[in-house]
Write a protein that binds this ligand. Sequence first.
Ligand code: ADP
Ligand code: MG
Ligand code: MG
Length: 898
Amino acid sequence: MAKWVLTFGDGKAEGSAEMRDLLGGKGANLAEMANIGLPVPPGFTITTEVCTHYYANGRSYPAELEAQVAAGLRHIEAVTARGFGDAENPLLVSVRSGSRASMPGMMDTILNLGLNDQTVEALAKNADDRRFAYDSYRRFIQMYSNVVLDLDHDLFEDLLETAKEKKGVTEDTELDVEDLAKLVKGYKAAVERDSGKPFPQDPAEQLWGAISAVFASWMNPRAITYRRLNQIPESWGTAVNVQAMVFGNMGETSATGVAFTRNPSTGENRLYGEFLVNAQGEDVVAGIRTPQPITEAARAEGKVRAPSLETRMPEAFKEFAIVANRLEQHYRDMQDLEFTVERGKLWMLQARNGKRTAKAALKIAVDLVNEGVLTKEEAIERIDPASLDQLLHPTIDPKAERKIIASGLPASPGAAQGEIVFSSEAAEEAVAGKEGKKVILVRTETSPEDIHGMHVAAGILTTRGGMTSHAAVVARGMGKPCVSGAGSLRIDEKAGTLTVGGKVFRAGDVLTIDGSAGQVLDGAVAMIKPELSGDFAALMGWADEVRRMKVRANAETPADARAARGFGAEGIGLSRTEHMFFDDERIVAVREMILADDVEGRRKALAKLLPFQRSDFRELFEIMKGLPVTIRLLDPPLHEFLPHGDKEVAAVAEAMGADPDKLRSRAAELHEFNPMLGFRGCRLAIAFPEIAEMQARAIFEAAVEAAKATGEPVTCEVMVPLVVGRADFDFVKARIDAVAKAVEAETSGTLVYQVGTMIELPRAALMAAEIAETAEFFSFGTNDLTQTALGISRDDAAPFLSHYVDKKLLPYDPFVTIDREGVGELVAIGCERGRSVRPKIKLGICGEHGGDPASIAFCEEVGLDYVSCSPFRVPIARLAAAQATLRARKALRTQDAA
Ligand code: ADP
Ligand code: MG
Ligand code: MG
């Protein structure tokens, strides 16, 4: 018979951590914790296969499920010695969702299920304090009504607030049992009024209502959005965990909390967390009361007045610290833990690998290697290359003056600045607008509905909530700077104002937040680039030892080239010479060249450009000192260098001393209907060989000069763009070689250079064998190759490409990640045919894909020698390349074993 339900608790479990796909992360880890003998309230997990069945069969359950759930309940009853619905000694349970990947805040948990008018009395009778029973009941009605019956939270919050106001108190805990019993009555009446039915009293009905709500929540819009943003497949489904309740709200010796085994912001190896006395479930996360630190050290450091768990409940704390350490050793990773203390006894409710900032991830991985827990290879595999981007983010210049207007918690590090927006809609609007503004999303507290706004914001600021609030957790996951719980700020959403100490800020005013210090600063404060030493350098060093492919940068300006070297680039894979044409002095010569009537005229203009190009190249060669530098000949169509519009034409003509009519008519002549497929690339060199000759001369003369200046031989690679086959390549190559000979004769030296080509047209990929007869290297220009293979102009793709991705007609944007099946096949063909003629041909990639980890994995598979990407992506590429090498090695090993 199919097994749809697996039990855990009492020192053993039917499942384990390995069964994550079937049990979801929460269920698998509850089973694992039970197996290793940790105190876990008993329960059972309804598998993800039931979810799949549920959606495949018109939202219905497998026939055997009911009996298996009943058996699961009997298991809990046996371990706890309580009865579900029992009027004397009632068992209460929580119903918790949990999919394979953690989806924080996406699905709702119901606590205290099993309470009704009868069992609440039994609970009250058995408790030290009758308040506890009615407090649990009112929480249950509220949660159940919200999650299962779809009634608004505010309905209950309003009643609660009214009750507190009447009594003249501010805290829920100050209400007495009569108040709470009255509140329960009020809640039930509200439910009956709003849903048309009395609140369900039958525990079995409650349980099935809750189970169905969890399965249904898999398809709620929040969950769908979260899955989309995190690439979680819908087919995974969620599991449902039903677990005996333990109570953190049983009075002053009870508490509930969350903790990380290391600091998730900095990675510091110290227990880090928050708790609340006499509280239940999500009170800590919801930010309703301000939680207290777990350790005494953190309390002292944060100058928090309320006692830490360590002093408040020393026995429970000691046990928790041991359990935390044990779990970290067991899982060999930093853990995110949920626990409850019920009358002094510790219960573990959740363990999972903790989400962390990139900075913390690095420190933790490096520390775990130094502690002997992980190997260097494992540490390399642990870090998401894309997350390194966070470390390359700016921080606030320490020399800058900080006008601090408020302080909150350092919820997610890095600095950000932008205009204030008060809603996610406003954030999206401002960012999507023409000016592409940067915004700081300012909210009282965020909720899953805000995900889209958080996604586009530069930073997030909240006035309520702790380090584990929704805003903090999600921001860290996204790598966005966040300050949470800046309590002195007053938001008036209606008026669109943010007030602090008498000063009023409005939507559109600029703020800077420092997510590392938890500060909110007035105006745009100076920021600086990050430091790439310490753990970062250590991990990068390990990655460099492992990876096979080289990593180069796409750079043409000295600043970019220097940045690239700083980030560890091993050469330049693409230098776009035309970027050097736009300088004020040069553009005049470029335009003269374009306007010239004959070769002589063009040569005269080009002669003016030569010294500029030569000194640019020389600087590049000197910065890259001995490392290979690939220089691409002029690529864009000439009309890009001409002015457009009458006013501009007139101004340029005057400055050049040229005839405006001539300028206008030349621009008209050069107009193209489809410039991407037009008069560009090597087609320019074929029509006007003198352009290529000037560039080649500039390159070679610069190489001679730079070699002399640095004492290091220059390895230069001259790259011909947009060839369709060998013939056009050879035509340009002949010109380049001739210039090289001439320069060698003039300087009586020998040049070390190669001439190769971009492979960026499908025909070139197919003709790779012929081209390789004379080309010494290929660089796959995957931007153009994607455009030409898919017949999609990237600049025009926005209105339709997203439809392809949304409707799943393409798995992802092919301009971000290389289209393996199509473009990838052309690359593979190019490599194979090129190597068939020239086995050692140097192969690289210089499209945007060169900095995309998934595309880098592909580059490893086809055996490219290097990837080249923008300077800021070089570290990402170094790590991704190392991971790709490790994966390839593993694949080889399994192949050998088979
Ligand atoms: P989430 O995935 O949103 O963290 P959880 O299922 O972990 O949801 O539950 C939310 C809160 O309820 C957590 O603080 C958790 O510790 C608490 N909780 C869940 N089950 C129980 C239980 N059986 N007894 C006491 N508290 C529980
Ligand atoms: Mg939840
Ligand atoms: Mg949880």
